[in-house]
Design a protein around this ligand. Structure first.
Ligand SMILES: O=C(O)CCC(=O)C(=O)O
Ligand SMILES: [Fe+2]
Length: 487
């Protein structure tokens, strides 16, 4: 390993500055010198852009496109990047994307020969968006030539930003002859449809906040400001994690290892738990549409869809990231780039529990918010991709205010509630760089060497469950390896 950059704060630390980052520093500096931080004289759709001081890097991931495919490998040369900067871009005026979008630009080692990758933060409905909220590469070049559109033949920062604005302004113009007029019309129709549903989602969020009125404005203020009041957190957690600069040893000393691969720690106060529960109840009573977190929960609620995405962003960056780095360095390394955050709700007469599964998540944080309940433990088995996925490891009893953290591919299920009500805040954290890395891609499902434990069988997923659903698929036929699906 080369000299390790400081990766936690978003600033470049003691780096050996290589070729690409020097050029990136220079370009950002000259933009800000010429146009000021408010970017005077630049197109108005560029709402903000990182300064040179804010360039970030990641110590372990390196894009390697040499074979024409996108691969990421563990990086022995962190000074080669990739480098990340943030920007806010407004979509096309008068379109359904006429809003501010937060984006992350990731510059590869050979930038500016190749353009920055783009990731749009948050939820966006768009027809040309891939996994990880990355627009398909063709968006740089409506003509499909993959050639830079500036005169030097390189991808300066403005070229990249302009492409993002174009992506959020009109359906792509495809290369001459590559689509029939009928196909082009169909794509344009789908573009409009996705843009319209994106706008509708935002309208619901703003209706809730402005017309219905939130129950606890403090939650929404934190969502906007990203400032997390310390009174919402357990004092030890606040000291060690929020104010502790991510000291991994202190974090490891704070958590309790419930079983191999699953840890619990004191997290939030009753004040915070009650506010979130009351906000969710208030939203459900508002009559606004509710989309459920996934096919397995009929009574949950997605926090991102009621306007609390910013709150979860803040929790992800300030609370979950340092804990994950201390406990699961491979899966997280230096960043999370997306999350799916929701509440689950169990009560007699509604959802009672949840079948055995893995999450579509790299690291899952599961916090018990309340209320009072009996039963409703979390049965934890083994980890997908390791031996013994269907061997029982532990039955965890949820405690209000405590959070349980585990890999998304750790098999688990919620036991039936027998009394009361249980509400948990679940955050599925994604690191798409990890998902593109060779260690992730080469994970396999080992054959079982011992019979599974009955508690670890899933009726949704396992063919050998006595009441298996017709769609059950595990154990897989050798070619079916599904790491990013619930198992
Ligand atoms: O109820 C719980 O504690 C777990 C819920 C869960 O695993 C999920 O929603 O993915
Ligand atoms: Fe889960």
């Amino acid at each position: 390993m080369g000299e390790s950059p400081s990766v936690t704060s978003g600033k470049v630390g003691p780096l050996k500055v290589g070729r690409p980052v020097e050029a990136l520093f220079d370009e950002l500096r000259s933009i800000h010198q010429k146009h000021g931080d408010d970017l005077k004289g630049w197109p108005a759709y560029v709402r903000s852009l990182s300064t040179a001081d804010e360039i970030r890097t990641c110590e372990y991931a390196l894009f390697d496109d040499t074979d024409g495919k996108t691969a990421v490998q563990i990086n022995d040369e962190p000074e080669e990047g990739p480098w990340e900067i943030d920007a806010v871009i407004r979509g096309g005026e008068g379109t359904n994307y006429d809003r501010d979008f937060r984006i992350v630009l990731t510059f590869p080692g050979d930038w500016p020969k190749r353009p920055a990758r783009v990731r749009i933060k948050g939820i966006l409905h768009h027809i040309l968006l891939m996994d990880g909220n990355e627009p398909m590469p063709v968006f740089y070049h409506p003509q499909g030539t993959y050639a830079p559109s500036n005169t030097e033949g390189t991808y300066d920062i403005m070229t990249c930003l302009k492409a993002v604005h174009g992506f959020l302004s009109a359906p792509l113009k495809w290369p001459e002859g590559s689509m029939s007029p009928l196909q082009e019309r169909e794509i344009a129709r789908q573009w409009e449809e996705a843009a319209a549903s994106d706008a509708e989602r935002h309208e619901i969020i703003s209706k809730y906040r402005n017309d219905v009125g939130a129950k606890h404005n403090a939650l929404f203020e934190a969502a906007d400001s990203k400032v997390l009041p310390r009174a919402w957190f357990d004092a030890e957690f606040a000291r060690v994690v929020l104010d502790g600069e991510g000291d991994a040893d202190a974090i490891r000393a704070m958590v309790k290892e419930e079983c191999t691969g699953a840890y619990s720690f004191p997290f939030v106060t009753k004040e915070f738990s009650d506010m979130v529960i009351e906000e969710a109840e208030h939203y459900q009573q508002s009559g606004l549409p509710v989309r459920r977190p996934n096919s397995m929960n009929a009574y949950g609620l997605i926090l991102n869809e009621i306007g609390l995405e910013g709150l979860m962003d803040a929790l992800q960056q300030q609370a979950f990231l340092p804990v994950s780095r201390a406990l699961f360095p491979a899966e997280v390394a230096c960043r999370f780039d997306a999350h799916h955050s929701f509440l689950v709700h169990y009560e007699i007469g509604h959802d009672l529990g949840l079948d055995m599964h893995t999450d579509d998540s790299d690291i899952t944080f599961n916090t018990c918010l309340g209320k009072e309940f009996e039963g409703a433990g979390l049965t934890i088995c083994g980890v997908m991709g390791e031996e013994g996925m269907r061997k029982l490891r532990h039955v965890y009893s949820h405690v209000v205010g405590r959070c349980l953290v585990h890999l998304g591919r750790h098999r688990h299920g919620a036991d039936d509630i027998t009394k009361g009500e249980r509400l948990n805040l679940i955050c599925w954290n994604h690191n798409y760089l990890w998902r593109k890395s060779s260690p992730y891609k080469t994970l396999t499902l080992p054959d079982e060497t011992e019979p599974p434990d009955a508690q670890c069988l899933s009726f949704t997923h396992d063919r050998d469950h006595p009441n298996a659903k017709p769609s059950a698929w595990y154990p897989p036929k050798r070619s079916e390896v599904r790491f990013d699906k619930r198992v």
